[in-house]
Design a protein around this ligand. Structure first.
Ligand code: ADP
Ligand code: MG
Length: 700
């Protein structure tokens, strides 16, 4: 079947007609032949093998068994009766159960005659039973066709009510495959040979009507590979187009500012990973394509210094730089840290947030436009249209998941050519996922912590043990340390959550009375200046306890704080808990994190607590998070259409993804526009899959 015939509207398929077509369209988004063919079964009924009773597993799978009935009896129930037969083979026995149709069974089933039964197993107190099995005499079953695995398609309630059953979909599919003949091949013969893949035609047939479980596995591999391959081609091509079309400012030199900083100001030796990433960035900035780079690094890995040194390169080349942070607190911390480091260099740094006063803004705007200001740090306020730079060359975005694509796009318009963009995130996305999501960005990873850090010790306590936790807090404070106590605030507007926070605060106040103890509180409902004031007191060590919501989640840096208490920890996601924990462990002292939860925990909740108490490695945590929640719920992934996969699974199939990506790389490197004769087939398939517009949506 060729590409054109595949587009035939579904109502033209034999057995469909207008009414069913409507249902298929609205319920399953099947509009044409192609859509139907790509409507894949989500499981198969496997009649390709027979099980021995001793092999049965407690997994509610559907199984097929040969054996005989040794006895039948009727048992009373609360209402009515049930019929139970003992079914045995030479390894054991199970019960077959019927709740209706007793008469027919009693009349027709013979004891001690060989039967084949098929159905779903139940396990009750260690013994297996099969309700309403399909049952057939062994002799008859032997004569049946050789199609052994039957597809089961996803369905909806409405479809089953309106009589579009699984059997009907299978019949339609079977008919369509019959009339399809061979499918045009969509993968290069070299790849097929290399990986010993099935042809497209074989794969399409076996994915719907597998001849055996081995052939099904081959069909699945081939189709998953193909799906990943074309997505990777698209992403890599975007990247290639980007590099050739999007010109950027070329920063030719590393000059005075950078060198002076490196030689005289930098207070420590850079880690190997920081150096490597800086080299990657320098290379981008020195080419004449615009940089679009994602910098991943666990909390505390030292991304800020890398950002600052990149900004100094911009300044060395006569450009300005900006750094955008998701919260005011974070912006002011960056501002303080960076202006201190820049002071000796004479680099001019300013801060702009929602609460910057009007008259200050005016001065700031002037200095920005006449080029006096080198670095502007701030929140979203930075991207407002009123903020105009003389010559913005580099924009750094911290904690990328808080910013949307639209906001990034606004930044691009701040100069005649788009400034280079460095996006930093401490929420590591597993590499394989990052590849799919950000195939169009280049990725750098800081995978090494600065030396001398002591790993944070994490424990999980039930809230019934709170008194012991309070005692521990006191001990730490008496050693001169500071403590965070964090409450969940899922939505900043939920009064319910504020009540938790305020109740918690009141009880902390009772337990830690003034003047011996001083407590700060910070939450989203406070005015920015009040927040800043409280933060400041904590940073300066005037208060020992910081009671807060997750507003302190990102970036805040108080090295003397060595204890993080997280209340109702079961209400936070893994990444968020890891982020929160990252607020401690920044100084020379041993740090601790205590996760407090209620006694009742879901199994997910348990896994989260175990993961956190078991590891400090953000990438490992991200992998678990991905498995628990699926890729669609991870921070930063929501806007990506890449996740709507038809057959492959980003988590389970990530080995296939890696292979597909490396083949896609090969093709793109050799021939980014699929112009070569040998890539004609890719060109055709690619165009059918993606329309080029998506690339331009992204760029403008
Ligand atoms: P994050 O990656 O979470 O943003 P920061 O940039 O805030 O981490 O760095 C965390 C702390 O580590 C800061 O106090 C910073 O000065 C310090 N730091 C960064 N790089 C190094 C290094 N190479 N050696 C020692 N300390 C470092
Ligand atoms: Mg940071």
């Amino acid at each position: 079947m060729d590409a054109k015939t595949l587009q035939t509207p579904i109502e033209y398929l034999k057995g469909v007609g207008p009414n069913r077509a409507d249902l298929l369209k609205t319920e399953l988004q099947i509009h044409n032949f192609q859509d139907l063919l790509q409507f894949f079964p989500f499981r198969y009924i496997d009649k390709s093998r027979f099980y021995k009773i001793s092999e049965l597993q407690d997994n509610s799978a559907e199984v097929q068994i040969i054996g005989k009935i040794s006895g039948i009896r009727t048992l009373p129930m609360k209402r009515g009766k049930r019929l139970v037969a003992d079914f045995e083979d030479d390894t054991g026995s199970i019960e077959l159960v019927w709740f209706r149709g007793h008469k027919w069974i009693l009349e027709n089933l013979k004891t001690n005659a060989p039967y084949v039964i098929f159905g779903k197993l139940n396990n009750f107190n260690g013994s297996f039973s099969m309700p309403h099995p399909e049952i057939e005499e062994l002799e008859k079953a032997k004569t049946k066709s050789d199609v052994k695995m039957h597809p089961v398609y996803p369905s909806t309630e409405k479809l089953s009510k309106r009589g579009i059953s699984n059997r009907m979909i299978s019949t339609l599919m079977f008919g369509l495959l019959e009339q399809s003949g061979n499918f045009s091949e969509t993968l290069l013969s070299s790849i097929i040979a290399d990986l010993k893949l099935m042809t497209k035609t074989e794969a399409m047939r076996n994915i719907h009507f597998p001849q055996s479980s081995e052939l099904l596995a081959k069909a699945q591999f081939r189709l998953k590979f193909e799906e990943f391959f074309y997505i990777q081609l698209q992403l890599l091509r975007k990247n290639a187009v980007h590099k050739s079309k999007i010109k950027g400012f070329r920063f030719k030199q590393v000059g005075e500012y950078f060198n002076a900083f490196y030689n005289t100001v930098l207070p420590f030796e850079l880690t190997g990973a920081q150096k490597r990433v800086l080299r990657e960035i320098r290379k981008d900035l020195g080419s004449n394509a615009q940089m679009n780079r994602l910098l991943q690094g666990d909390v505390g890995s030292g991304k800020t210094i890398v950002a600052l040194m990149s900004m100094l390169i911009a300044i060395d080349n006569g450009f300005q730089a900006c750094l955008m942070a998701p919260t005011e607190i974070l912006a002011s911390q960056h501002y303080e840290g960076i202006s201190e480091l820049c002071e000796p260099l004479g680099v001019q740094v300013e801060i702009l947030t929602g609460s910057t006063k009007k008259k200050d803004r005016k001065v700031l705007h002037e200095r920005l436009q006449n080029g006096e200001l080198h670095i502007l740090i701030g929140t979203h306020a930075l991207i407002e249209d009123t903020v105009k730079f003389k010559n913005l060359g580099l924009a750094v975005i911290d904690e990328q998941h808080r910013f949307g694509v639209a906001q990034r796009a606004k930044l691009w318009k701040k100069n005649t050519l788009p400034p280079h963009v460095l996006v930093m995130t401490a929420t590591p996305i597993p590499r394989t996922l990052a590849m799919s999501l950000y195939g169009d960005l280049d990725i750098s990873v800081i995978d090494e912590l600065p030396p001398g850090r002591k790993p944070i010790k994490t424990v999980h306590r039930f809230d019934s043990n709170r008194l012991k936790v309070f005692k521990f807090i006191k001990d730490e404070i008496h050693k001169g340390r500071q403590v965070y106590i964090v409450y969940p605030l899922i939505e900043e507007s939920a009064n319910f959550d504020y009540k938790d926070l305020m109740d918690g605060y009141a009880s902390i106040e009772r337990e830690f009375p003034k003047p011996k103890y001083q407590i700060s509180i910070v939450h989203g409902k406070m005015k920015p200046e009040d927040k800043a004031f409280e933060m400041e007191r904590f940073v300066k060590g005037k208060t020992q306890i910081m009671v807060a919501t997750t507003v302190i989640e990102v970036g805040v840096n108080v090295p003397n704080a060595s204890l993080m208490i997280i209340e109702s920890a079961e209400r936070f996601g893994l990444s968020q808990l890891h982020q929160l924990r990252g607020r401690v462990g920044r100084g020379a002292e041993q740090s601790y994190c205590v996760l407090i939860t209620g006694k009742k925990l879901s199994s997910d909740g348990k896994t989260r607590m175990e993961t956190l108490t078991g590891t400090n490695d953000g990438f490992e945590i991200a992998e678990v998070d991905l498995k628990l929640r699926g890729p669609g719920n991870l921070m930063g992934t929501q806007q990506s259409g890449v996740l709507e996969l038809k057959i492959a699974d980003l988590v389970k199939d990530n080995q296939i993804l890696k292979i597909a990506r490396s083949y896609a790389h090969h093709v793109i490197n050799a021939d980014p526009n699929f112009k070569l004769e040998e890539h004609h087939m890719i060109n055709v398939a690619f165009r059918a899959l993606f329309n080029d517009k998506t690339i331009w949506n992204y760029i403008s």
